[in-house]
Ligand binder design. Structure first.
Ligand code: 5GP
Ligand code: MN
Length: 331
């Protein structure tokens, strides 16, 4: 079923089943922000709701989950439940067990990824939206209007604001629209803790992060002036005591070089498993490149995993980007 905010509201309202909220692997601000906002909402509406994610939030988002009980799939034993998959463009990327996915009564998908294939029984997908948090915000505003109730409180506003600022790079990226600022204004008026969010998310990097960043910048490699890459090996992470999920914010260094169209971050998760982050500036659709490696994302920000050595992964992704630059330039 295609976009239908009305039918999602009707279903949420009418269902007496339990709900699981979940998102994608390698959680980011939009993932944690949208799932928590939905969790708090369903709680308020008197539903039984569980937040399930088989991965750990990065250090800079821990402040949002301090009082939360985030469950792993094996801790959940439910009979009749629905899944709300947020910010997850691909069913295979949902960060819960296959068993939980297979036995769900209905899957409600709320997402803004260009690569989303409408895998839910209900789908509210808007690839133009700044963030999934913006879609959750729209849904909640609609719900409030329809039922004449107040849902968005200080906690929900804080969660939604977090996803909005992280996915728009603090209102910088091309997915920042007038509606993003309107949403920000409304959330601030509802008590979103802006200063806490900015400090915790963007201004709390551990010292070791900068040691790692220094090493990472030393690997910077520019091809034809248009493609820049940075490589982070598992040894570099180990040496600087930084965990895999805590290396956010390094990819933009590649894209932000003058003349560079596509920036690539290669991050080695384990032997023969390399996480690739792609960013583009003007004309290359990086979600297409990511898709060709079974990944996905947005036009200007996407990712995938390549299962080979880091050297080989770099060769493959650079080759694909060179081709895409030729293709997209000629379109
Ligand atoms: P990042 O580079 O920050 O990890 O991800 C950039 C964007 O691409 C995010 O919206 C993220 O959800 C999406 N993305 C990253 N990796 C993958 C992947 O392996 N598969 C899919 N479908 N999307 C991804
Ligand atoms: Mn997102």
């Amino acid at each position: 079923m295609k976009n239908n905010i009305e039918s999602i509201i009707k279903y949420l309202k009418g269902s007496n089943d339990d709900f699981i909220v979940t998102s994608h692997i390698s959680p980011d601000g939009d993932n944690i922000g949208s799932t928590l906002a939905m969790y708090y909402t369903l709680n308020k509406l008197g539903k039984n709701v569980y937040h399930v994610l088989d991965d750990n939030p990065p250090q800079n988002l821990k402040f949002l989950v301090e009082n939360m009980n985030i469950l792993k799939s094996e801790e959940v034993n439910l009979d009749s439940y629905n899944i709300i998959a947020l910010d997850c463009g691909d069913k295979n990327r949902m960060c819960i067990s296959q068993k939980l996915i297979d036995n769900a009564k209905k899957i409600i998908c709320i997402d803004h990824h260009a690569s989303n294939d409408y895998y839910g029984d209900f789908n509210y997908i808007d690839t133009e939206a700044s963030s999934t948090c913006e879609l959750v915000y729209n849904l909640l505003i609609e719900y409030e209007k329809k039922e004449n109730i107040n849902i968005i409180d200080e906690d929900i506003a804080t969660c939604l604001y977090t996803g909005l600022v992280t996915d728009t790079g603090n209102f910088v990226y091309s997915n920042t629209h007038p509606s993003s600022f309107e949403m920000a204004k409304e959330l601030l008026s509802k008590g979103a803790k802006k200063d806490t969010i900015i400090q915790k998310v963007f201004q709390s990097n551990p010292y070791n992060y900068y040691k790692l960043l220094g090493e990472a910048l030393n690997t910077l490699d520019v091809v034809d002036g248009k493609i820049a890459s940075i490589t982070i090996t598992k040894e570099m992470l180990k040496r600087n005591v930084i965990s895999f999920n805590d290396v956010d914010g390094i990819t933009p260094y590649t894209r932000d070089i003058e003349g560079v169209e596509v920036g690539i971050l290669l991050k080695e998760k384990k032997e023969n498993e390399v996480k690739i982050s792609l960013r583009s500036k003007n004309y290359v659709d990086v979600s297409k490149i990511a898709k060709s490696f079974n990944g996905g994302g947005h036009i200007r920000a996407a990712g995938c995993t390549i299962y080979s050595s880091i050297e080989d992964a770099k060769k493959k992704i650079v080759e694909a980007v060179v081709k895409a630059i030729q293709g997209d330039k000629n379109e």
